[in-house]
Design a protein around this ligand. Structure first.
Ligand code: AMP
Length: 213
């Protein structure tokens, strides 16, 4: 199985080849096809499995294929629990989008918001964010998520552990009803399943058992 076999465009295949990836990881093989088909996905996957490329590559593919020639509304939102993870996911998004006309940005708390606001003003297709700063920017009228077509919840279990449930619900309430949602969690528990059930519409379920070393 190659990245091209999964249906990814030459521009994305070139970017992952430059990263040194020779073939898709198991989570990528399982998650990329249903995402490209437009399905919601519920994925149980740990860090280190290649899950970031698993959701980023098909989102980039769809955004590039359906890009508006003039406007650049925010079309994809990736929510992560920590700023470290947000920065890391955004680094990946930038690398994978090297050969496509897609702009991305990252926003998180604990740093000056001004540069983040300036970047948002210039127009971005994909935003990676932590919940608190995202809600701040929305409440100040500096950002709208009403046109988001892809919503990715990364490390949902950590998000709950860190007490973000209310922020997450507030954010989900501001998203449009019609969207494709991708839900990633290392572990599955009752609260996680409840949240997934409230967000996802007939999701494809993707499970990866971590390989023992
Ligand atoms: P993640 O689970 O998304 O945090 O990714 C873990 C690490 O695996 C990152 O350093 C990625 O750059 C790397 N990676 C992702 N996909 C592949 C792949 N198909 N082949 C080799 N390395 C990969």
């Amino acid at each position: 199985m190659t990245f091209s076999d999964l249906g990814l465009s030459p521009a994305l295949v070139k970017a992952v080849a430059e990263k040194g990836y020779t073939k898709p990881s198991p989570i990528q093989e399982k998650a990329i096809p249903p995402i490209l088909e437009g399905k919601d996905v519920l994925a149980s996957a740990q860090t280190g499995t290649g899950k970031t490329a698993g959701f980023t590559l098909p989102v980039l593919q769809y955004l590039t294929a359906t890009k508006h020639p003039k406007y650049r509304p925010l079309r994809a939102l990736v929510l992560t629990p920590t700023r470290e993870l947000a920065a890391q996911v955004h680094d990946n998004v930038r690398e994978y989008s090297k050969y496509v006309n897609i702009k991305s940005a990252v926003v998180f708390g604990g740093v000056n918001a001004k540069p983040q606001i300036a970047t948002l003003r210039s127009g971005v297709d994909i935003l990676v964010a932590t919940p608190g700063r995202l809600l701040d920017l929305i409440s100040q009228g500096l950002l709208s998520i009403k046109d988001v077509e892809f919503f990715v919840l990364d490390e949902a279990d950590r998000m709950l552990d860190m007490g973000f449930i209310h922020d997450m619900k507030k954010i989900i309430a501001k998203l449009p009803r019609k969207k494709q949602s991708l839900f990633f969690s290392a572990t599955m528990s009752d609260p996680i399943n409840q949240l997934a059930k409230s967000l996802l519409d007939n999701p494809a379920k993707v499970e990866i058992t971590p390989q023992s070393t």
